[in-house]
Design a protein around this ligand. Structure first.
Ligand code: PLP
Length: 374
């Protein structure tokens, strides 16, 4: 095969689906035949499976990861006049959820090596913004933020921490699972996530019974009894069809994660002598689930074009940090405010890492990057 004939996409959902097709279709047919599409037993079963997987007492399904963040903020009654501390180097939904409930995002820069919130900057931001009511760290690309450091500051001030764990199902911090490291954890089942649905879906994890109860009401318009509304909520439910599919896929998740970890190790071997910066988990990031494997290159755009010519897909997560997004011009941030995020936005490049990627594919990608850098 010539180089140009070889095609390696950034993600190959079709290959994953082929391996589980019969099981998934059987689960879907079962739900369709039952004609019970909203909540119900499949959702309850999946919620308890996720709670067990994340090591939390409760999990409450909802329509997306974005809604999981919004519902978590609503459950804490965060709204107009409040602020929430987060990172500018994340998918838009993190800050978008804060704005959606009427609060304002306050950004602090990230660490260069982990891409996650720099805990050393949190205290200062809290002092400058006394209206901060919660901290929302993101476990970006599948590796946990420094939760002990963040919790240490938050707990001292009595401020809750909401984990944006959308990219981090099964990731561990000092042996403890994402989703159980703060007051609540928000997960996404967007198809490109390690545990991806056949459509949108999300879930919120918590150990707090009263928050779980409130979240369960908020996702159905704040309903606590038939036509009785304790709160003003939203319509955000996990479909029974998605829950049934996700229950099947959850059984394979650890195997798929191991495949991603194997590929990450192969990249580290294959790219050891190449002048690109590779992700290296910190000691506290005891289980990196590699939702993405983002390398850094000062010639990122050229490298991406070079790889594309040779059939290799890649993605830039994220080209424009959130403080520079047009919709946040009113927050008053400027270019230069978060130099680490801005630098990462220019240098980071996510390589294919999915478990269906075979070792020879990783070799080919490493050879290609080596030949570019030579
Ligand atoms: C860090 C982060 N937060 C939130 C979300 C929102 O999830 P969803 O797309 O399911 O709404 C995503 C994923 O898309 C994400 O990557």
């Amino acid at each position: 095969m010539t180089a140009t004939e070889r095609q390696i996409p950034i993600l190959d959902l079709k290959a994953q689906h082929r391996a589980i097709r019969e099981e998934v279709l059987a689960a879907m047919v079962r739900v369709v035949d039952s004609q019970r599409f909203i909540l119900g037993d499949d959702v309850k079963k999946f919620e308890s499976e996720i709670a067990a997987y994340c090591g939390t007492k409760f999990a409450v399904g909802c329509a997306s990861g974005s809604d999981a963040l919004i519902l978590a903020l609503m459950a804490l009654e965060i709204g107009p006049g409040d602020a929430v501390l987060t990172t500018p180097y994340t998918f838009f939904a993190t800050a978008g959820a804060i704005s959606r409930v009427g609060a304002a995002p306050v950004f602090v820069d990230v660490e260069e090596d982990t891409f996650n919130i720099d805990a050393n900057r949190v205290e200062d931001a809290l002092a400058r913004h006394p209206n901060i009511r919660a901290i929302m760290p993101v476990h970006l690309f599948g590796a946990c933020a420094d939760m002990d450091a963040i919790r240490g500051i938050a707990d001292k001030r009595g401020i809750p921490v909401i984990e944006d764990a959308a990219q981090a199902i099964g990731a561990e911090y000092k042996g403890r699972r994402a989703g159980g490291l703060g007051r609540m954890g928000a997960f996404s089942f967007f198809p490109s996530k390690n545990l991806g649905g056949y459509g949108d879906g999300g879930i919120i994890t918590t150990d707090d019974a009263s928050l779980a109860e409130r979240l369960t009401a908020l996702r159905v318009h704040g309903r606590t009894g038939k036509y009785f509304h304790q709160w003003i909520g939203v319509n955000s439910r996990l479909d029974a069809l998605q829950a049934a599919v996700l229950s099947v896929k959850l059984r394979y998740l650890d195997e798929w994660t191991a495949g991603r970890q194997r590929n990450a190790d192969l990249y580290r071997e294959g790219l050891a002598s190449v002048p690109v910066i590779l992700p290296r988990p910190r000691d506290y990031q005891t289980r990196h689930i590699y939702n993405q494997f983002s390398i850094r290159s000062t010639r990122r755009d050229e490298l991406q074009a070079y790889m594309k010519q040779r059939g290799i897909g890649s993605e830039i997560y994220y080209p424009l940090p959130l403080h520079l997004q047009p919709c946040y011009a009113g927050l008053g941030y400027r270019k230069g405010d978060f130099p680490v995020s801005e630098k990462l936005a220019e240098e980071s490049l996510a390589l294919p890492i999915h478990s269906e990627l075979a070792p020879p594919d990783v070799d080919y990608i490493c050879d290609t990057i080596r030949s570019f850098e030579a």
